[in-house]
Design a protein around this ligand. Structure first.
Ligand code: FES
Ligand code: MG
Length: 571
C-alpha cells in the first residue's frame, strides 16, 4: 500500500529518544521482545472482567483468544482493565455509572499508545459504556460480547434470568410458591459464566451490536462457555489488525443507517427498552442525529425471536436455531445499506444463514406478534416523550383510561404497595415519581412496579404503570417508561396527583392526564424538587450534567468526540 498512514502508536514506541526509551523499557518488564515494538499495530483489549460483574466473568478466556488472533495477524495485543459495572450488584443502579465507564474507556484509549481496540463487555451497561467511550476517540474498534449463560434449569424446566425472578416473586406474594422453592431456584438460574440468557438488555445490546456490524457474525448468541466463542474472539483479534491497516473506524460504521438497522433488529428480537437510551447516547457521541421519533421506523416489524420476556425460549435456543444471521436474513430488504467491521455491507452477515428451528426464530410470514417495535408516547405528562414495549405488554391495556395512584418516591411505593387498604383497582394507573436520571439518581430499573399485594392475591398480573424510570430488559408488563423530562428535573410527571384520570393510547402514541393547563399551572407554582442526597464526587457531577432520557442520559459535556492524539509527553 502506498502512502501508508504512520501508526498512532509510533508516537509512543517509535522514537529513539528519552521518551521512546521510557515507553518501551517499562513495557519490556513484562517480557515483550524488541520486535513487539517494530511498528506493528498495537491492539488494546479493553476488558470489563470483574468478579463483581459475574456476567463478564468469562472475559479473561476471551481476552486470551483475542490475543492469539492479534499475534497471528502480526499485531501486538495489550490488555487493560476499565471499571466494570455489575448490573445485579451495584447500588443505587449500574446505570448511574455507565457514563463513568464511558469516560474511563475514552480516556484510556486516548491516553495509551494503541492503534485499535477490542471491546470485551457483556453485562447491560458495559456494552454501551464501552461503545460510547470508543466512539468519542474513533480508533478502529470491534466488540466481543461475553455471551449468554447456559439456559437456567430448575425442577426439570428452563428458567430465564430476570424474567422468572419477577414471576416467582409475584407467585410468592400471591401465595402460589413457597419461599423455600423460591430460594432453591437461585442456583439453577445462573449456572455458567455469561450474561442473562433471556433477551434482556445484555443480549439485546449484543444483538444490536451485530446488527450494526460492530462485531463479527454470531457474536450475539453463542453461549459464553461455548468453545466457538473463544474461536470468535481469536478471529476478532485477527480482524482488528486488518481494520487498523484499513483505518476502518466506528465513524465509518456507525452511520444513521446502522442505527436504523439496530432499531429494526431490536423490534425483531423483542429487545430491551434500555436499547433506546443506549442507542441515543452512542449516536450523540458520533454525531448522528437520532431521536425518539426514529424508533417509529420499526413500528410494524414483527416479533421473530421467541425468547423471554416476550416469548418462551432462551438464548441458547436462539443460538442453536441460527442466531442473529437468521434475523438479518429475515429482515432482508428492510435493512439499510451499512458497512460492517468486515468492510462489507451488513447484508453480507446474512449470507448462508439457515433457520434450524422455526418456533424459536419465527419467519416474517409466521411471526410471534405482527408488530413489535417500541412505541414512543407523548402528551401533557411526557412532553419530551416516553416509551412502551407492546410485545411485553397486555393487549387489553394498550389503550386504557384510569385514575392515577401516585407514589411520590420509591420508598413511598415500597412502604405502601402491600397495604390491604391501598385504594387501587385493576383499572388504576400506578404512577411513580423521582426515578429518572437525576432523581434516583441514575434512572434505575424500577419502572415495572410490583402489582399491589391485594390485587396480586385477586389474580391481577398486569396494570398500566407510568414512571420516569427504566425497567430491566428481562421484565414485562404494560409499563410506560423514560417519561421526559423526569419529575426531579421539573417535568410535569411531578405534578400528577392521585385521582387524576390518565389516558394511555399506545396506538395513537399518546399519554395524558385529563387535567386542565390552568390546574397544572397552579400545581407547578407549588412544586418543589426533592432535596439532593448525593452531594459529592461522580454522582454530584452526574446529577449536575446528565441529559434527559430522550437524549440518552449522557452527560452534556461528553456528547461528541475528540479524535486528536495527545501531543504532550508524559515526562
Ligand atoms: Fe449482567 Fe443481566 S445482570 S447481563
Ligand atoms: Mg438491567
Amino acid at each position: 500500500m502506498t502512502d501508508k498512514k504512520e501508526l498512532r502508536s509510533r508516537a509512543w514506541y517509535g522514537k529513539n529518544d528519552k521518551d521512546g526509551f521510557i515507553h518501551r523499557s517499562w513495557m519490556k518488564n513484562q517480557g515483550f521482545p524488541d520486535h513487539a515494538f517494530d511498528g506493528r499495530p498495537i491492539i488494546g483489549i479493553c476488558n470489563t472482567w470483574s468478579e463483581l460483574t459475574p456476567c463478564n466473568s468469562g472475559l479473561r478466556v476471551l481476552a486470551e483468544g483475542v490475543k492469539r488472533g492479534v499475534w497471528e495477524a502480526g499485531g501486538f495485543p495489550v490488555e487493560f482493565p476499565v471499571t466494570s459495572l455489575g448490573e445485579t450488584q451495584m447500588k443505587p443502579t449500574a446505570m448511574l455509572f455507565r457514563n463513568l465507564l464511558a469516560m474511563d474507556v475514552e480516556e484510556c484509549i486516548r491516553a495509551y499508545g494503541i492503534d485499535g481496540v477490542v471491546l470485551l463487555g457483556g453485562c447491560d451497561k458495559t456494552t454501551p459504556g464501552q461503545l460510547m467511550g470508543a466512539a468519542s476517540v474513533d480508533l478502529p474498534a470491534i466488540v466481543v460480547s461475553s455471551g449468554p449463560m447456559l439456559n437456567g434449569k430448575w425442577q426439570g424446566k428452563d428458567i430465564g434470568s430476570g424474567t422468572d425472578v419477577w414471576k416467582f416473586s409475584e407467585a410468592v406474594r400471591a401465595g402460589d410458591m413457597t419461599l423455600q422453592d423460591f430460594m432453591a431456584a437461585e442456583s439453577g438460574m445462573s449456572r455458567s459464566a455469561g450474561v442473562c440468557m433471556t433477551m434482556g438488555t445484555a443480549s439485546t445490546m449484543a444483538s444490536l451490536v451485530e446488527a450494526m456490524g460492530l462485531a463479527l457474525p454470531t457474536n450475539a448468541a453463542l453461549p459464553a462457555v461455548d468453545a466457538r466463542r473463544t474461536a470468535l474472539a481469536h478471529l476478532t483479534g485477527k480482524r482488528i489488525v486488518e481494520m487498523v491497516e484499513e483505518d476502518l473506524k466506528p465513524s465509518d460504521i456507525l452511520t444513521k443507517e446502522a442505527f436504523e438497522n439496530a432499531i429494526l433488529a431490536n423490534a425483531a428480537v423483542g429487545g430491551s427498552t434500555n436499547a433506546v437510551v443506549h442507542l441515543l447516547a452512542i449516536a450523540g457521541r458520533v454525531g448522528v442525529d437520532l431521536t425518539l421519533k426514529d424508533f417509529e421506523i420499526a413500528k410494524d416489524i414483527p416479533l421473530l425471536v421467541n425468547c423471554m420476556p416476550s416469548g418462551k425460549y432462551l438464548m441458547e435456543d436462539f443460538c442453536y436455531a441460527g442466531g442473529m444471521p437468521v434475523i438479518l436474513k429475515e429482515l432482508g430488504d428492510h435493512l439499510r445499506a451499512a458497512k460492517t467491521v468486515l468492510g462489507k455491507d451488513i447484508s453480507d452477515y446474512a449470507k448462508g444463514a439457515e433457520n434450524f428451528n422455526e418456533d424459536v426464530i419465527r419467519t416474517m410470514q409466521n411471526p410471534l406478534r405482527p408488530a413489535s417495535g417500541l412505541r414512543v408516547l407523548k402528551g401533557n405528562i411526557a412532553p419530551d416523550g416516553a416509551i412502551i414495549k407492546p410485545s411485553a405488554a397486555s393487549d387489553h391495556l394498550l389503550v386504557h383510561e384510569g385514575p392515577a395512584h401516585v407514589f411520590e418516591s420509591i420508598e413511598d411505593l415500597k412502604a405502601t404497595i402491600d397495604d390491604p387498604d391501598l385504594p387501587v383497582t385493576p383499572d388504576t394507573v400506578l404512577v411513580l415519581k423521582g426515578c429518572g436520571p437525576k432523581g434516583y439518581p441514575g434512572m434505575p430499573e424500577v419502572g415495572n412496579m410490583p402489582i399491589p399485594g391485594k390485587l396480586v392475591k385477586q389474580g391481577v398480573r398486569d396494570m398500566v404503570r407510568v414512571s420516569d424510570a427504566r425497567m430491566s430488559g428481562t421484565a414485562f408488563g404494560t409499563v410506560v417508561l423514560h417519561v421526559a423530562p423526569e419529575a426531579q428535573a421539573g417535568g410535569p410527571l411531578g405534578l400528577v396527583k392521585t385521582g387524576d384520570m390518565v389516558r394511555l393510547d399506545t396506538l395513537k402514541g399518546t399519554l395524558d392526564i385529563l387535567v386542565s393547563d390552568e390546574e397544572l399551572a397552579v400545581r407547578r407554582a407549588e412544586w418543589q424538587a426533592e432535596p439532593e442526597q448525593y452531594t459529592r464526587g461522580y454522582a454530584r457531577l452526574y446529577i449536575d450534567h446528565v441529559l434527559q432520557a430522550d437524549r440518552g442520559a449522557d452527560l452534556d459535556f461528553l456528547v461528541g468526540k475528540d479524535t486528536r492524539t495527545p501531543w504532550r509527553e508524559s515526562h
